[in-house]
Design a protein around this ligand. Structure first.
Ligand code: FPP
Length: 238
């Protein structure tokens, strides 16, 4: 059955910098307001019946930004993760981080372990934050772990490598693929986000900058989604 509410929404939050520039403010102000908006949209998505929400907070390519901006974003994420216990508890939200955590500062890695452990059994929205994430990097890490597990005998060396095996080695193991991908701020690219998982996903693009993507904008995206006739390959989803 095709669902009118997507089970899993993935969001490429774009346009924080342009939003701030349009107001004559520094880019970091845009990131601060963008981070606030993440909280708003998590709550709204949960209330709308969405079960999984994944946001692209920091890509493997984002390290190439000016170092002051990278530090400001990392500080925002650091602070967010610290206050996350309260938000998770209030919204009954399970928090997970995907991406190469080994490339993050140790205190951030520690906060991630803390919040993932704390919120593990919350059964409202599952909120996945993509941090130091790249879709190709995720696939490369998965393949290397498959090889290493085979060498160690943890994975049957004669068994066929199937789509299910690969999926189970991705950072998103156990999480259903996104039904809807939203990208804000007018760009219409995937930018290395969930390459494997977005194989059949509906894409929704809007020119609205991320800090302005409010509950009404989310509702517009959900309305558009519910109107689309979902097709898998040649057969109608049923
Ligand atoms: C998007 O706008 C900004 C980012 C992808 C990096 C920062 C993300 C956040 C602050 C969100 C924080 C997330 C959580 C989980 C709290 P941009 O800088 O690409 O804008 P531009 O395209 O206008 O330059």
């Amino acid at each position: 059955m095709s669902h009118s509410v997507p089970q899993h929404i993935a969001i490429i939050l774009d346009g924080n910098g342009r939003w701030a520039a349009a107001k004559g403010m520094p880019r970091t102000y845009g990131h601060t307001m963008g981070a606030k908006n993440v909280e708003t949209i998590c709550r709204a998505a949960g209330e709308a019946g969405v079960k999984y929400l994944t946001v692209y907070a920091f890509s493997t390519e984002n390290w190439g930004r000016p170092s002051a901006e990278v530090s400001a974003i990392m500080d925002l994420l650091r602070n967010y993760l610290k206050t996350c216990r309260k938000i998770a508890k209030k919204n009954n939200m399970r928090v997970k981080v995907i991406g190469d955590k080994s490339g993050l500062d140790e205190d951030i890695q520690h906060s991630i372990e803390d919040i993932e452990g704390f919120s593990r059994d919350f059964d409202g929205l599952t909120f996945q934050i993509a941090l130091n994430y790249g879709g190709r990097d995720e696939i490369v890490r998965a393949v290397n772990r498959i090889i290493s597990d085979r060498e160690k005998g943890l994975l049957d060396s004669k068994a066929e490598i199937t789509e299910e095996v690969i999926s189970s080695y991705l950072d998103t193991a156990g999480i259903p693929d996104p039904d809807l991908l939203i990208r804000t701020s007018g760009e219409e690219r995937l930018s290395n986000f969930l390459l494997w998982q977005n194989a059949y996903t509906e894409f929704y693009f809007t020119s609205v900058h991320w800090p302005d993507f409010n509950e009404n904008e989310l509702k517009a995206a959900l309305d558009e989604y519910s109107l689309r006739n979902r097709r898998y390959g040649k057969t109608e989803a049923s």
